[in-house]
Design a protein around this ligand. Structure first.
Ligand code: C2E
Ligand code: MG
Ligand code: MG
Ligand code: MG
Length: 275
């Protein structure tokens, strides 16, 4: 619906669209306030190692606790933050918060970076400063980026990626299979992990989706990367992925995103016993 609202071309007066614009403005105002007044917080979702059946790390997912609207999911404000430029402040907040919380837990963790920040050298510099301020140990912080983010200005993207990787972070390609980047491009990318999009996992049971999953897993392994499946919602999906040789998995069946609460992280369901 973004393209519809933003796209150029013919425009007719449209009361519904006007309401939509006003709503976006008020969301944006609210978001500015949220950043200033500490209404943003992180939920964490566990990543399960399918070989050892243990917790490998946590993914930080931003939430907005709006006093009026309640808990607002990122899809309702991250795109708006990207368009308005406050995404830099937002992702830096998330980075600092996660670095702080990870320090007290001693876990590996992972966070999402907006495409827009990834192409901003100033962001990379500020992020680097935070990484030095909260030393976590090499390889303990993962940055998740999407294929589409990397497609634009490829050289610059790779340069920034490498800069962050040189600081000891590791890089995951998020929503893999959903973007438009060519597979040939993958060989140039300094990434460590492929996260297969949940759409494919939802299709387990369908031979075409299963064929695609098999080939993405083997592609990842051939390139020396680990492969993670997102959106695991059932024991049968989990079993299928384990049998297919997938390394890691995440999803509501394994554990819901939840506040860290300081008390360690629990899986929502007991892990399925080895077959
Ligand atoms: P993502 O990084 O691909 O995160 C996975 C999303 O899938 C999360 O939604 C998660 O709650 C949801 N999910 C996890 N397990 C399941 C499952 O079994 N089934 C289904 N249907 N969904 C599942 P969430 O938290 O609403 O985040 C949506 C997106 O917002 C993220 O997608 C990420 O692209 C973006 N995002 C989240 N936090 C941040 C942030 O701090 N900064 C930026 N720039 N983007 C963020
Ligand atoms: Mg992610
Ligand atoms: Mg994803
Ligand atoms: Mg996503």
């Amino acid at each position: 619906y973004q393209a519809k609202a933003e796209g150029g071309g013919f425009r007719f007066y449209n009361p519904a669209q006007n309401r939509y614009t006003r709503q976006r403005l008020s969301t944006l105002q609210g978001l500015r306030r949220a950043l200033g007044q500490g209404e943003l917080l992180l939920h964490y979702q566990p990543v399960l190692d399918l070989k050892t059946q243990t917790l490998r790390r946590m993914e930080a997912l931003v939430r907005w606790q709006d006093p009026e609207r309640g808990m607002v999911p990122p899809n309702e404000f991250v795109p708006l933050a990207e368009e308005s430029g406050i995404i830099q402040e937002l992702d830096l907040f998330v980075l600092e918060q996660a670095l702080r919380e990870a320090h007290t837990h001693g876990l590996e963790f992972s966070l999402n970076l907006s495409a827009r920040n990834f192409h901003d050298p100033h962001f990379v510099e500020l992020a680097a400063r935070l990484l030095q301020q909260y030393p976590l140990g090499r390889g303990r912080l993962w940055l998740e980026i999407t294929e589409t983010a990397l497609m634009l200005e490829r050289e610059k993207a790779i340069y920034n990626l490498q800069a962050l990787r040189n600081l000891g972070t590791r890089i995951a390609l998020d929503d893999f299979g959903m973007g438009y980047s060519s597979l040939a491009y993958l060989k140039h990318l300094p990434v460590d992990l492929l996260k297969l999009d949940k759409q494919f996992v939802a299709g387990i049971g369908n031979p075409r989706d299963e064929a695609i999953l098999h080939s993405m897993i083997s592609l990842g392994h051939s390139l020396g990367l680990e492969v993670l499946a997102e959106g695991v919602e059932s024991p049968s999906q989990l079993a299928w992925l384990r049998a297919a040789g997938c390394d890691l998995a995440q999803g509501y069946y394994i554990g819901m995103p939840s506040p860290s609460g300081g008390g360690g992280f629990a899986f929502t369901t007991p892990l399925a016993p080895e077959p």
